[in-house]
Unconditional design. Structure first.
Length: 102
């Protein structure tokens, strides 16, 4: 299963890296700013609707471990996307030379 997981991760990472924009929900304001820079349009304000805090219940540790195992690939892909987002966010000062809304 791990070998298949590695090939799926690699394919996802390659596809994410080819995208002009990768945004992160938890960093919506920064994501919108970066998207406006990439698209060359003025940034918009995204309303904060349906914002809340999730409090996980006390679940059976065996079930939580199983869920954690099942989500390993998702976490790897998310972590890669997050790193890509932060790298591109740091590159905005270079983008300012070429893009109006950076």
């Amino acid at each position: 299963m791990r070998v298949r997981s590695d090939s799926v991760f690699h394919e996802a990472a390659v596809k994410l890296n080819k995208m002009d924009f990768v945004g992160i929900t938890e960093e919506m304001d920064a994501s919108v700013k970066l998207l406006s820079c990439v698209l060359g349009v003025p940034p918009v304000t995204v309303p904060k609707k349906n914002v809340g805090s999730y409090q996980p219940g006390t679940e059976d540790p065996a079930v939580l471990k199983q869920i954690d195992t099942l989500l390993e690939l998702d976490r790897r892909v998310y972590s890669f996307g997050l790193g890509l987002f932060h790298t591109r966010q740091k590159a905005v000062h270079f983008m300012r030379q070429h893009y109006r809304y950076c």
